[in-house]
Design a protein around this ligand. Structure first.
Ligand code: ATP
Ligand code: MG
Length: 404
């Protein structure tokens, strides 16, 4: 039997009161975006469920894509059946013969929104349960937590049959929480931070600081490839490259080495905040993790954060490195992140950066620099590229085949 549609149950949307329809419409658009590579697929979103009509598209890759969409609690692939008792009996028997293994328990759960159907839900449960026994005499019924729960829905247009429930990504639809600027390096932590922000509905733009010729084109490409990995969860991402060479040279030449890292980070924060303001973002997101390196002591965070009152979200701040790596592997960024490329932060990095920078000193040293001019020039020099999802290789083959 071939699946005809996927029935989607929403996540936390139900708690969102009158925003509900806005959330649902956003989720619908996000689903349509990830499924846009399957032109025949159609999406419908109602108040309490969404439906993806496959129209002949292969179920498996569509389900894989749906698993990445935030705002989906779970989903069930379903068979569309003619709305008649004999057709349902035949379908239930055929399906059970396919999936039932000896020793398993089952249950039929019927619902009907079309109340004119000849049997009510209790009668349907009975009739279809008997149909199972006619096909598999030794099958066992169990009401609580059976191995197979056959769900039958009688709707206006047809009847639907499903037995699998696949867990979705949870979270909130991307974009429903507003926009945030993700400070994206080439490391392990910031892509994970971006993923976690997307999960809570934040629409992300990636800000990346590059210091050519000290940093290579390879390092830039790595950051872009990481952003591309994140498009799987939230659609296209604006990638903003910030020219950082002049600032790093100025700091290197005019301030004490021990404060280089703190001063560099404060510039990054100021610039990201300016870009955020210009582009209508609400928060800054970064990959800082408490105590991981010198720049991530609480004293350092305080000194760096002091340049802005904008909320800075640090999704991985309390996680251990191994916990972060677990997520990086799950979202497939880990392999990319560990590729060896110089990051702008490591190029002039002192052996012993200050772990407890004093704000008084920081401000003293910054007097030697033309802060406004440096920030203005960096912001004026940004380059914005739109990062789009990569079409998987086998999908390219399929698309070519379809075209021929
Ligand atoms: P990551 O693994 O994300 O690089 P990290 O543990 O290496 O983090 P740092 O290098 O101290 O930590 O960077 C802390 C945070 O500062 C990063 O997670 C990122 O959000 C931001 N950051 C660092 N370098 C850059 C960069 N070149 N461009 C943009 N943001 C950066
Ligand atoms: Mg790093």
């Amino acid at each position: 039997m071939q699946y005809s549609e996927i029935m989607i149950r929403y996540g936390e949307l139900s708690t969102k009161g009158k925003n509900r329809m806005r959330f649902i419409n956003k989720l619908k658009r996000n689903i349509e975006d990830v499924l846009s590579v399957y032109p025949q697929v159609q999406v419908r979103a109602d108040r309490d469920r969404a439906h993806v009509y496959l129209h002949g598209a292969d179920y498996k890759p569509v389900a894989e894509s749906l698993k990445q969409v935030f705002g989906i609690q779970n989903f069930s692939p379903s068979y569309k059946i003619e709305k008649s008792t004999p057709a349902l009996v035949a379908a239930v028997q055929e399906l059970m013969r396919e999936v039932y293994k000896e020793g398993m328990t089952f249950k039929i759960s019927s619902r009907r929104s079309d109340h004119s159907f000849e049997l009510d839900s209790r009668e349907l449960n009975q009739r279809l349960g008997n149909a199972v026994f006619e096909a598999i005499a030794y099958a066992q019924v169990k009401m609580k937590a059976p191995d197979i729960e056959l769900r039958v829905e009688i709707r206006e247009e047809a009847a639907y049959l499903s037995y699998e429930t696949i867990r979705g990504a949870g979270g909130l639809p991307v974009g429903t929480s507003g926009k945030g600027m993700l400070m994206l390096s080439g490391g392990i932590d910031s892509p994970v931070a971006g993923y976690l922000a997307l999960k809570r509905g934040v629409d992300i733009e990636a800000v990346h600081f590059a210091s050519p010729p000290y940093t290579s084109p390879g390092a830039l490409k790595k950051a872009q490839d990481l952003a591309r990995k994140l498009t799987k969860f939230g659609g296209n991402i604006q990638f903003i490259e910030v020219p950082f060479t002049e600032i790093q040279e100025e700091i290197k030449n005019k301030t004490p080495e021990a404060y280089l890292m703190t001063l560099t980070r404060r510039f990054m924060m100021r610039i990201t905040d300016r870009i955020r303001e210009e582009r209508g973002g609400l928060v800054i997101v970064n990959g800082e993790s408490l105590g991981q390196v010198a720049s991530q002591t609480l004293e350092s965070m305080q000194a760096i954060n002091a340049v802005t009152t904008t909320p800075v979200i640090r999704p991985v701040v309390t996680m251990d490195k191994l916990e972060i790596i677990d997520i990086a592997e799950k979202i497939d960024t880990f392999e990319l992140s560990i590729q060896p490329f110089e990051d702008c932060c490591t190029i002039f990095a002192p052996d012993r950066p200050k772990t407890n920078p004093k704000i008084k000193n920081v401000e003293q040293y910054e007097k030697r620099l033309d802060i406004d001019g440096l920030v203005d020039r960096a912001v004026a020099g940004i380059q914005v590229t739109e990062i789009t999802p990569q079409v998987e290789n086998d999908r390219v083959d399929e698309l070519i085949e379809e075209l021929l």
